[in-house]
Design a protein around this ligand. Structure first.
Ligand code: ABU
Length: 361
């Protein structure tokens, strides 16, 4: 007798690009955000005016009133996403002041505010990033309950090779290069490291940048891990402090690309024929504290589908550009969250979008 057909439940993880209709997303938490211990890896990415703050406050919590204000922004984002029909999941905050380490070093943590840096979702698989900052070594922990749940629900769950983060990974005498010189990176090729936010997905084609947290070794590990189904294209940009591609090159929908006009002197060849939109210059006031990012965080948006895009509420130039380009901006206060180093793309990791693997090129 033929056994009755049992229908397999759909996989809880499914996301191939940045624009298919969003069904489920992880939104970070800023509770307990802690200034990381001073380390050369930070020097290459912190804004110039922040070095002093980081030296003086290493290992201490960020100002509580700023955490509270950023938390309010995140709550507004959660409400917006839920009102748009998206299921929102949150990590479980951990004690970032509790020291951890590996042979040769100890550190305290940073936060669980930026799931985009930590988790790379490719199809039905979630990959934990082997992160280069010692302070971020334990940063997948707050997501573990969700990762276990998704795995039990049928998703693939993997992780880059656990890095040792020994001194050999870092260039301790790192100095910024002169204008026109090739970018100098603060990490070596000692072992594979990457942050998920150095990759941006367009179906079978994934765009990547080498950065102060992502090395060639890490990119090659991911290339082999994903196999021939995917093509990873490594792009070079004009950015003296590269860390994360999502304020530089942001595919918005099939045939529509947002670029940072300062960092992308030449659009990668593959995008020939696409509409290329230059992000308007950021209008962030000079007095607004940005601990770990440039002002180009204005282009760090999340697409809910090919039209709906979440944009910072006070960012008039970006709002009117998106309208002009045919998108539907959804507005959310996020300036206080921006202070911690990211915007809507960084603060989220899309777990499930309604769509399939396709080639857009
Ligand atoms: N993930 C944040 C990137 C910020 C920047 O490139 O300025």
């Amino acid at each position: 007798m033929t056994p009755p057909l049992v229908e397999k439940p759909p996989c809880p993880v499914n996301s191939f690009n940045e624009w298919d209709p969003l069904e489920e997303v992880i939104v970070g938490v800023v509770d307990g955000a802690t200034v990381p211990p001073s380390h050369i890896a930070l020097k290459a990415t912190l804004p110039d005016d922040q070095h002093d703050f980081f030296r003086k406050n290493a290992g201490k919590p960020f100002p509580p009133e700023q955490i509270a204000a950023a938390k309010k922004d995140l709550e507004e984002l959660v409400r917006l996403l839920e009102a748009e029909g998206v299921k929102v999941r949150r990590p479980e905050p951990i004690d970032q002041l509790k020291p951890f380490g590996a042979p040769g070093w100890t550190s305290t943590g940073l936060y669980a505010a930026m799931p985009r840096d930590v988790l790379l979702v490719i199809g039905n698989e979630i990959i934990e990033s082997p992160m280069a900052w010692r302070s971020r070594y334990m940063e997948t922990s707050p997501y573990r309950p969700l990762l276990k749940e998704y795995f039990r629900g049928g998703a693939k769950w993997s992780a880059g090779p656990k890095p040792e983060l020994r001194d050999g990974l870092y260039v301790y005498d790192w100095m910024e290069g002169k204008p026109g010189e090739p970018t100098r990176y603060v990490i070596t090729e000692f072992e594979p490291t990457f942050d998920a936010a150095d990759f941006i997905r367009c179906g079978r084609d994934i765009f990547a940048q080498k950065s102060n947290v992502t090395n060639d070794f890490g990119i090659e590990w991911l290339r082999r891990h994903l196999g021939d189904t995917y093509r990873i294209h490594v792009c070079e940009f004009d950015d003296p402090h590269p860390m994360h591609i999502d304020a530089t090159l942001v595919p918005l929908a099939p045939g529509k690309l947002l670029i940072n006009p300062d960092r992308v002197p030449k659009v990668p060849e593959l995008f020939k024929g696409w509409d290329v939109f230059k992000a308007p210059r950021p209008i962030m006031p000079a007095e607004h504290t940005l601990y770990m990012t440039s002002k180009w965080i204005n282009m760090n948006v999340i697409m809910l589908d090919e039209q709906r895009v979440v944009v910072e509420k006070s960012d008039e130039p970006m709002i009117s550009c998106f309208k002009k380009w045919g998108f539907k901006p959804l507005l959310c206060n996020f300036r206080n969250f921006n202070s911690f180093g990211g915007s809507f793309h960084c603060a989220t990791a899309d777990v499930r979008r309604r769509g399939t693997l396709q080639s857009y090129f």
